[in-house]
Design a protein around this ligand. Structure first.
Ligand code: CU
Length: 371
C-alpha cells in the first residue's frame, strides 16, 4: 500500500514538472494606433489552471522586482485579453514583454496590430502581425535573424528579451547584402542585458553602427553567455505590412564560454585597464587566456602583440558599449604589449597613449627561453 502511494506521488510530481511552462511573449503594448491582443489556452480536459503573468517593461532595465498577477484559465478554454496591457495588467506601460508561468501546460499567442481609420475607399480595419509564445527552454546562446531588410522600401526593428535572473552579455553581429560583417556589437549598452530586461523594437540602423552598408538584404547573428530571445519585425514602408521574424538557433555559432584564465579589459578614454592585473608568475607558455573587453565612452581599438611582435589579438575597432571576448594562447615568456588602434579619429594622439603591457615569466626562472 505504501509503495503504491509512493508510486502515485512520484507520478504526480513527474506529471506536474513535465508540463510546467515558462513562456515569453517578446513584445506587446499600446502605443498610439498600436494594440496587442493576447490569447491563452488551457489544453487540460480535467483541470482549471493558474498562470502567473508578469509585465516586463522595455528599456533594457532590471525587471527582477516585477510582481506577477495570477490568472485562472478554465479547462479546454481560451481566455481573451484584448489590449492586454490594460485588460490584464491595468497598466499604462506603453511597451513590454509578457512572461507567463505555470505548473501546468498552456498555449499562449499574441497579435500586435495597428488600427487604421476609415477613408474614402475603405472602412476602418487593422494591420498586424503574430507574436509566438516561446518557452524559456527554447531561448538560445547563439541565434540568427535572417530575411531582414532595411532600405527605402523596408525598415527592420530588432527586439530582445533576457529571460534569466542574471545579466546576459551578448555579442551582436550585422551582415550586409554581400554577407560581409559590417558591425560587431550593438550600440550603447544594448550588449549588456540586466535580469529579465527587454530591449524595445529598435531600428536596425540604430541597433548597429552600420555606416553606409547595403542592408536591403541583411542578417544578424548573436552569441550570448545566457540564453536569450531575439526577434525582428520587417515593415514595408509603403503598405506598412509587418512580418514578425523569430530568431532561429545558430548551430554553428562560436562558443563564447570564456576559455582559460579570464581578465576584464576596459577601454576608456584614454587608458586600457586589465583586472585583475597580470603579474610575471600568473601566466606561463601554453596558457589559454580570455580578455573580456568592455568598450566605454567612444570608439576604441585593441591589439595585443606577443614578445616577438606577432599579433595575438589582431587590431580591431570597437563601438562604445561593445562587450567582446578575445581568447589567445601565451606563446612564450617575455613582454606582451597591447594598445588602442583607433588612430584615425580626431583624438588620434590621445588614443595612441592607450598602451599597456604584461610580462610572462622572469629573467631568472627556469622556463625556456629564460626570459
Ligand atoms: Cu582609443
Amino acid at each position: 500500500m505504501r509503495l503504491r502511494l509512493i508510486a502515485i506521488c512520484a507520478i504526480a510530481v513527474f506529471t506536474t514538472s513535465a508540463f510546467a511552462k515558462d513562456v515569453f511573449l517578446s513584445i506587446g503594448g499600446s502605443v498610439g494606433v498600436f494594440h496587442t491582443d493576447t490569447r491563452i489556452f488551457n489544453p487540460s480536459s480535467t483541470k482549471d489552471i493558474q498562470i502567473q503573468a508578469y509585465l516586463l517593461p522595455v528599456g533594457n532595465v532590471d525587471n527582477s522586482g516585477v510582481q506577477p498577477i495570477t490568472i485562472t484559465v478554465p479547462k479546454r478554454q481560451m481566455v481573451m485579453y484584448n489590449d492586454v496591457v490594460q485588460s490584464l495588467f491595468n497598466s499604462s506601460t506603453p511597451l513590454a514583454a509578457i512572461r507567463l508561468k505555470s505548473d501546468d501546460d498552456f498555449v499562449s499567442t499574441q497579435r500586435i496590430y495597428a488600427q487604421q481609420a476609415a477613408n474614402a475607399c475603405e472602412g476602418a480595419g487593422t494591420l498586424g502581425q503574430f507574436v509566438p509564445g516561446l518557452d524559456v527552454s527554447t531561448a538560445s546562446k547563439g541565434g540568427v535573424l535572417i530575411q531582414l531588410k532595411s532600405s527605402g522600401a523596408f525598415r527592420t526593428n530588432i527586439g530582445v528579451v533576457n529571460p534569466n535572473a542574471t545579466a546576459a552579455n551578448v555579442t551582436w553581429r550585422l551582415y550586409d547584402k554581400n554577407n560581409n560583417l559590417v558591425a560587431t556589437g550593438a550600440t550603447g549598452t544594448l550588449g549588456v542585458m540586466p535580469p529579465f530586461s527587454v530591449i524595445t523594437p529598435t531600428r536596425i540602423t540604430d541597433f548597429f553602427s552600420a555606416g553606409t552598408a547595403d542592408l536591403s538584404d541583411a542578417w544578424v547573428g548573436f552569441t550570448s553567455d545566457q540564453p536569450i530571445f531575439a526577434y525582428a519585425s520587417v515593415v514595408d514602408n509603403v503598405t506598412t505590412d509587418p512580418t514578425f521574424i523569430p530568431m532561429s538557433a545558430d548551430s554553428g555559432a562560436p562558443a563564447i564560454t570564456p576559455q582559460g584564465k579570464v581578465y576584464n579589459v576596459t577601454l576608456q578614454s584614454y587608458s586600457i585597464s586589465v583586472s585583475p592585473s597580470i603579474g610575471p608568475s600568473d601566466l606561463k607558455t601554453g596558457d589559454k587566456v580570455t580578455f573580456h573587453i568592455t568598450v566605454k565612452d567612444t570608439m576604441h581599438g585593441f591589439q595585443l602583440n606577443d614578445p616577438n611582435g606577432a599579433a595575438l589579438v589582431p587590431g580591431v575597432i570597437f563601438n562604445p558599449g561593445d562587450v567582446v571576448d578575445k581568447t589567445f594562447t601565451i606563446t612564450s615568456e617575455g613582454s606582451y604589449n597591447f594598445f588602442c588602434v583607433n588612430t584615425s579619429c580626431g583624438n588620434a594622439a590621445q588614443h595612441a597613449q592607450m598602451v599597456g603591457q604584461f610580462v610572462v615569466g622572469t629573467p631568472s626562472d627556469g622556463g625556456y627561453p629564460h626570459y
